[in-house]
Design a protein around this ligand. Structure first.
Ligand SMILES: [Fe+2]
Ligand SMILES: [Fe+2]
Length: 168
């Protein structure tokens, strides 16, 4: 019952993102055995729960976290022609937070704190640390969710958010 209340609140806060035609394209991208859409929903939902527990601005964290991997191109098998330092910068792990930020700013109204959540979520792979608590929550939750997806591949952990996942 308690979970249902949280699910509904989360869906109210981020429903416009979950049903946006560009965000729905994440369903086509594979990520740790699940789709990138489900991964993003899991990171958004758990970040929302952590932020709420810690008395933070959970609505802001939920939206920033949901958009942290908002990129549409599959990175597996991606070839880069660059060399040296540029080659490292072009590698998916380094480049996708910036791509996600560009897309988030293009399709949604995000503020500076949410931009930081998105662009810093790969810390410490990307060396500049998060600038606010919400960003620390997102980077920690992203790693937790990714490890869980790798261990329980195709476990589809967010099935209980049936409303949006099935309708979308
Ligand atoms: Fe990411
Ligand atoms: Fe992620």
């Amino acid at each position: 019952m308690e979970n249902k209340k949280y699910n509904e609140e989360f869906e109210t806060i981020v429903g416009d993102i979950l049903t946006h035609s560009e965000f729905l394209k994440l369903k086509l991208i594979e990520h740790h055995g699940n789709g990138l859409y489900e991964h993003s929903v899991a990171v958004g939902y758990h970040s929302f729960r952590v932020a709420k527990t810690l008395g933070m601005d959970y609505a802001s964290v939920a939206r920033g976290a949901l958009l942290h991997d908002f990129f549409m191109e599959s990175w597996q098998g991606q070839k880069k022609d660059s060399k040296g330092i540029q080659r490292i910068k072009d590698m998916h792990g380094f480049s996708h937070p910036k791509t996600a930020l560009i897309n988030a700013e293009k399709y949604f109204d995000i503020d500076e704190r949410q931009a930081d959540m998105i662009v810093k979520h790969m810390f410490p792979l990307t060396p500049i640390p998060p600038m606010n608590m919400g960003s620390w929550v997102v980077t920690a939750v992203d790693k937790f969710v990714a490890i869980r997806e790798i261990v329980f591949e195709r476990s589809r952990p967010m099935r209980r958010l049936k409303g949006f996942l099935l309708k979308a």
